[in-house]
Design a protein around this ligand. Structure first.
Ligand code: 26Q
Length: 834
């Protein structure tokens, strides 16, 4: 369905005033009439004749209308006041759905739901029609989305800049236990939130060659014979929470240049139309798909094209509007901050240099001052296989001018190193940008900006003291920590309305604007009535979800069982396999002793595996294989069940997290930079079973040892083993009868599966010496799980833990994180939109 959005709706202006209570009050009646008119205008029919999809589209479009006036006003205010603007450059924005969160942020959710009810429309049904905007892989992409929500809600002038992928992260189907990937056609229906801005298109240039010539004593560079790609922006309003602020998310789509004018500009003559047509599909492919990988860098040319496409379109567009303001280009860093989300957009450093030097004719030194003051970079990983490196030959050919600029940055940087450390080539090799035939993107991002931050205290310490220690010594003031956060609006208010209400009744609503106030809930952590209330809310949530599981998966689960949840991308370091080993161990024990006194448990997994990551896919198959056997084994009296949740995504996270009793955060210490799921679970009253990794450490510090169950090696121990050896996983297999039985059982067909089906898992655990210390941590994990079982038996104690977790979760609101970014990195202040 194609949808045209006529947002110049005079009614919208009126409504905007009503929403803000400026003249008449927003009320159900006016909303109903707006809604009916919207259906008539968009579809030429009456409400009663419209389909559910049409109702959803009209509703979304109406809500967008309500935000339009403030969107314009916000923009105008920023321009008039000359406020510093932040641009968050990210290859991923994992947004999910916007209908409900926009209603909540506009403060009209209840009235709209009531009004729809009166019209006999089920709001929840319409909500389900919105496709998740799955333009991200996992944590990094979701963080970008939480940050947008927080920037707008605090009033920080901050905007997203990304790619409008035609297909988001693949849809996962489980067929016979295997993951099958289906293209995510999220734009099949209408995307009601976006506005295409043709008139703001940008030309991005690839390939070709560079000609240099002396002009007025200055060497000028011209790009010739390039391939031109038109970048067309699609803007989505980012609505702040009841504060009139509407920021912008600008996503770029790659298109073929079409008009004769554009065509000439691109260096084709008219007769070349045929040749040019051949480029069409290759050009459009740039914004066609999101790379479904969250840790390996494959070095694919198309990915490099995507990165430059984003960076060049984004920067050109920012500079175009900056120049229109008539401010001096020399002051750019006073008015603009560009934040680089991991190394993926780190070419922004070189691209800004190119624009300032080649187009604005600044000196190299002045351009460098501006660039480094403008750019800042967040590192999200220490996994070496995830550090981006591009082959110089690929780079040179695709981006000749950008490559020569990187070479010059690198040359000057090497000089600087040698000046500080004469003849120290080891230092040069460790820090320089171009090395061993590759461009090291992290090095470019570190050298080219004024700030490098990690995403949790532990992670930042590891960066400073180990992975990037040379850089930290070289730039002692550049490195800093910004612990991740999550938006409590989506992850509590929106996804768990009953818990929200209980909190409001107990401590009032102050926490909504100031999430740290949740700590007042501590007063209720020992209050038996409140515990009972929170317990019952969790139980109701679990009941609803149990019905869904019965319907969708045909598995009957007990809402009174412990809901033990591990949902996140599938990766060896996240150790879903260890979770599964514990389940198999429990099963083996139960088979021997069916009357064993354990609280019934339902183990939930949800995870997508990168399509080329065989070990991860095999792990999914193993989980499903074990699940099938255990779920159908009557002899264990339904004590344990396993549910693999298909197609884990933002909207599914919103449903399962409020049901969780236990949050599984069991990565090998030092490997998970932060984690953000851990924070979402905690905020919804789950107790965490965790290694001391990423932000788990900060969660432990906040709630205290009595309110979290930790186990396993420390990061220090892991890193020492990595450095000095001394671990032999085969010994654990031979010496621990539980481990031997589990692995032999799986490999010997105890659960089914064809011969050698789980060889990759076996090899990684035994023959390749278990890189992620699964067997080494197994015993302490089993003990921790046993502790959970005992704790849960004491409901009063458990609920005290649960409430204590909710109470301390306020510090993990991304509002706090964004305030720190704004103060300490971007040097920008929140603005009040009247
Ligand atoms: C790179 C090159 C080619 C293709 C794909 C990629 C790629 C894409 C996505 C590499 C990495 C990612 C995503 C990484 C990610 O999500 N990291 C997570 O970031 C979270 C937010 O900071 C942290 O909480 C998690 O700990 C971290 O794993």
């Amino acid at each position: 369905m194609i949808c045209t959005i006529g947002y110049k709706h005079t009614k919208a202006k009126e409504m905007q005033m009503k929403v803000r209570g400026e003249s008449m009050k927003f009320n159900k009646e006016s909303f109903k009439s707006d809604f009916k008119k919207k259906i008539e205008n968009m579809f030429g029919m009456e409400l009663n004749d419209s389909s559910k999809l049409q109702k959803y589209v009209a509703l979304g479009s109406l809500i967008k209308d309500y935000s339009t006036e403030n969107w314009i006003k916000t923009n105008k205010t920023y321009k008039a006041n000359g406020n510093k603007q932040v641009y968050y450059f990210s290859m991923e924005f994992l947004i999910g759905r916007l209908l409900k969160s926009n209603l909540i942020n506009l403060g009209i959710e209840e009235q709209c739901a009531d009004a729809l009810k009166e019209l006999n429309i089920d709001f929840n049904e319409l909500e389900e029609l919105e496709a998740d905007a799955g333009l991200g892989n996992g944590g990094l992409g979701r963080l970008a989305a939480c940050f947008l929500d927080s920037m707008a809600s605090i009033g920080v002038p901050g905007h997203g800049c990304g790619i409008r992928y035609r297909y988001g992260l693949f849809e996962q189907k489980i067929v016979d236990g295997y993951q099958v990937e289906i293209p995510d056609n999220w734009l099949k229906e209408a995307n009601v939130w976006e506005t295409r801005k043709d008139n703001k298109s940008i030309i991005v240039k690839f390939n070709g060659n560079i000609v240099s010539e002396m002009k007025n004593g200055r060497l000028n560079f011209t790009h010739e014979n390039y391939t031109a790609v038109k970048a067309v922006p699609y803007d989505t309003p980012v609505i702040g929470y009841k504060n009139n602020t509407v920021n912008n998310l600008r996503l770029w789509s790659a298109e073929m240049v079409e008009t004769e004018e554009e065509f000439d500009f691109c260096g084709f003559s008219k007769g070349d139309y045929g040749r040019a047509q051949n480029y069409k599909s290759s050009i459009e492919s740039i914004s066609q798909i999101l790379y479904p990988d969250d840790s390996h860098t494959e070095g694919k040319i198309l990915r490099l094209k995507q990165q430059y496409f984003l960076v060049s379109a984004g920067l050109q567009s920012i500079l175009r509007s900056y120049k229109a303001s008539e401010k001096s280009i020399h002051d750019l860093d006073k008015y603009v901050s560009i934040h680089i989300n991991d190394t993926h957009p780190s070419m922004a450093v070189a691209e800004l240099m190119r624009i300032l030097v080649d187009e604005d004719e600044l000196t190299w030194e002045e351009a460098w001052r501006i660039t480094t003051n403008t750019m800042s970079y967040t590192n999200h990983t220490i996994l070496s296989e995830a550090l981006e490196k591009w082959d110089i030959n690929i780079f040179k050919e695709l981006l000749p001018r950008v490559y020569s600029i990187i070479k010059e940055i690198d040359r000057r940087f090497k000089d600087e190193i040698l000046q500080k450390h004469p003849n120290n080539w080891e230092k040069v090799n460790s820090m320089c940008i171009i090395h061993d035939g590759k461009v090291r993107m992290a090095n470019l991002a570190i050298v080219g900006g004024h700030s490098v931050n990690g995403v949790a205290k532990l992670h930042t310490e590891i960066l400073k003291n180990r992975e990037l220690a040379d850089f930290n010594r070289f730039y002692p003031n550049k490195f800093n920590n910004k612990t991740n956060g999550i938006t409590h609006r989506r992850w509590l208010i929106q996804s768990n309305p009953k818990l929200t209400e209980a909190i409001n009744e107990a401590i009032g609503k102050g926490w909504v604007k100031e999430p740290k106030q949740l700590v007042s809930l501590l007063k209720y952590a020992k209050n038996e009535d409140f515990k009972e209330k929170v317990y019952n809310i969790k139980k109701e949530n679990k009941e609803v979800f149990s019905n869904h599981v019965a319907e969708k998966y045909g598995v009957k689960i007990d809402p009174n069982s412990i809901f033990d949840v591990q949902v996140k991308r599938l990766h060896a370091y996240k150790r879903q396999a260890m979770n599964l080993m514990n389940i198999v161990h429990l099963y083996n024990t139960l088979k021997e002793n069916p009357n064993m006194d354990i609280v019934p448990r339902t183990f939930f997994f949800g995870a997508k595996a990168s399509p080329s990551y065989y070990l991860a896919k095999e792990t999914i198959k193993l989980i499903n294989t074990v699940a099938y056997k255990i779920n159908n084994d009557k002899s264990i009296n339904d004590k344990i069940k396993i549910v693999f949740l298909e197609n884990y995504r933002v909207s599914l996270a919103e449903r399962i997290i409020p049901c969780a009793d236990l949050s599984e955060q069991i990565s090998t210490a030092s490997k998970e930079a932060s984690g953000t799921g851990n924070m979402k679970f905690m905020m919804n009253g789950a107790v965490t079973i965790a290694t001391l990794d990423g932000a788990n450490v900060e969660i432990r510090d906040a709630v205290g040892d009595d309110n979290i169950v930790t186990f396993g090696m420390t990061a220090e121990e892991v890193m020492n083993h990595e450095k000095y050896g001394g671990y032999c996983s085969r010994d654990y297999y031979n010496d621990d009868m539980r481990i031997k039985r589990i692995i032999d059982g799986i490999m010997g067909g105890q659960f089914g599966g064809y011969n050698n089906e789980f060889n990759n898992i076996y090899n990684s655990l035994i023959n390749y010496n278990d890189e992620y210390f699964v067997l080494k941590d197994f015993d302490s994990y089993v003990k921790a799980q046993d502790k959970v079982n005992n704790l849960y038996k004491n409901r009063s104690k458990w609920m005290e833990m649960s409430i204590t977790n909710i109470a301390h979760s306020g510090i993990f609101s991304s509002d706090n994180t964004i305030k720190e970014y704004a103060n300490e990195i971007w040097n920008t202040k929140p603005i009040n939109i009247k």
